[in-house]
Design a protein around this ligand. Structure first.
Ligand SMILES: Nc1ncnc2c1ncn2[C@@H]1O[C@H](COP(=O)(O)OP(=O)(O)OP(=O)(O)O)[C@@H](O)[C@H]1O
Ligand SMILES: [Mg+2]
Length: 286
């Protein structure tokens, strides 16, 4: 099957990614049949069963079954004469349409791992697969192309363009792939309505609340229907209620489109939105 079940012009590119197949074997975690996070009936018990699959199963799935797979990732920095290992032979797997949370103490390496998964940062060693393709072995230009077309980023510091209104903050990035501006604006307006910002299409980021800006950033991340969305602390700047609303929307948007998602968060109140939780500590999964 294709990486995304949704039509995705991003794949009409010279880079042909191998198809990702869903495993015929049961997923190795109790969260293998996740209750949709939007389901208010979701029980506390089901949340308690979320485990990193290393907790109860030794093997990671094959990279060909994953939209994203990292194997034996090492990242270290030299500080003075000393080398400091930030990620210590980390394995990570993300299945199609799965939402995995990365949690762990400050400094444990969450952003570093997310940056490596998003091909924004290179590891010292290890293998990274996107759709079964070894992306650590392709050219930087090809990685950039995959990142632009196939990954949507939501960052804590939203990186909205202050001089552009909400509509163009969402629309302009898709015009870079050749979509005419008028069409991009129509798609952006639809998405902004979808995230409840129909009355803020022409608002500048400076005049919107943090929660509204975060919703603009989410719309921007998914407008090109990337098969993968990576979000680093998307609710950190928000109060509890706005944070829940934003996370709920992120899950709805990604579920509607069948997108796979990795979310870094510190916020335990958000755990109910995850299909699976991976906890990092000192550069290793617990
Ligand atoms: N460019 C760099 N040079 C040296 N050390 C770095 C660099 N980037 C990150 N680090 C170190 O790597 C460690 C992990 O950083 P990272 O940002 O991944 O942590 P984190 O888990 O995301 O933390 P937080 O929850 O506070 O955002 C930290 O000790 C950080 O100081
Ligand atoms: Mg971080």
């Amino acid at each position: 099957m294709p990486i995304s079940s949704q039509p995705n012009d991003a794949f009409n590119s010279p880079i042909t990614l191998p198809p990702v197949t869903r495993s015929q074997t049961p997923a190795p975690t109790p969260a293998q049949q996740p209750t949709p996070p939007s389901d208010p009936q979701r029980s506390a018990q089901s949340d308690a069963t979320k485990l990193h699959w290393q907790d109860n199963a030794p093997a990671e799935p094959a990279p060909s079954e994953c939209i994203l797979a990292a194997r034996q990732i090492v990242k270290s920095y030299s500080i003075g004469n000393q080398e400091r290992r930030i990620l210590d032979e980390v394995d990570f797997s993300l299945r199609p349409a799965e939402c995995v949370f990365l949690m762990g103490p400050s400094g444990s390496g969450k952003t570093t791992l997310l940056s490596i998964l998003g091909m924004l940062l290179s590891p010292n060693s290890g293998q990274l697969y996107f759709g079964g393709l070894r992306v650590d072995q392709i050219s930087p230009e090809q990685r950039t192309e995959i990142r632009r077309k196939c990954i949507g980023f939501v960052f804590q510091r939203l990186q909205l363009i202050n001089a552009l209104d909400a509509l163009d903050n969402v629309a302009i990035p898709v015009t870079l792939s050749g979509t005419p501006l008028s069409e991009a604006r129509t798609q952006a307006a639809d998405l902004l309505c979808r995230v409840g910002l129909e009355s803020h299409l022409n608002a500048l980021p400076g005049s919107m609340s943090p929660g509204q800006c975060q919703r603009v950033a989410m719309a921007r991340a998914v407008i090109h229907r990337p098969p993968l969305v990576l979000a680093d602390e998307p609710t950190a700047a928000l109060d509890g209620q706005s944070g829940e609303a934003v996370m709920q929307l992120l899950r709805e948007l990604t579920q509607e489109r069948g997108l796979s998602t990795v979310v870094v968060t510190h916020d335990h109140r958000m755990e109910k939105f995850a299909d699976r939780i991976c906890r990092l500590d000192n550069g290793r999964f617990q």
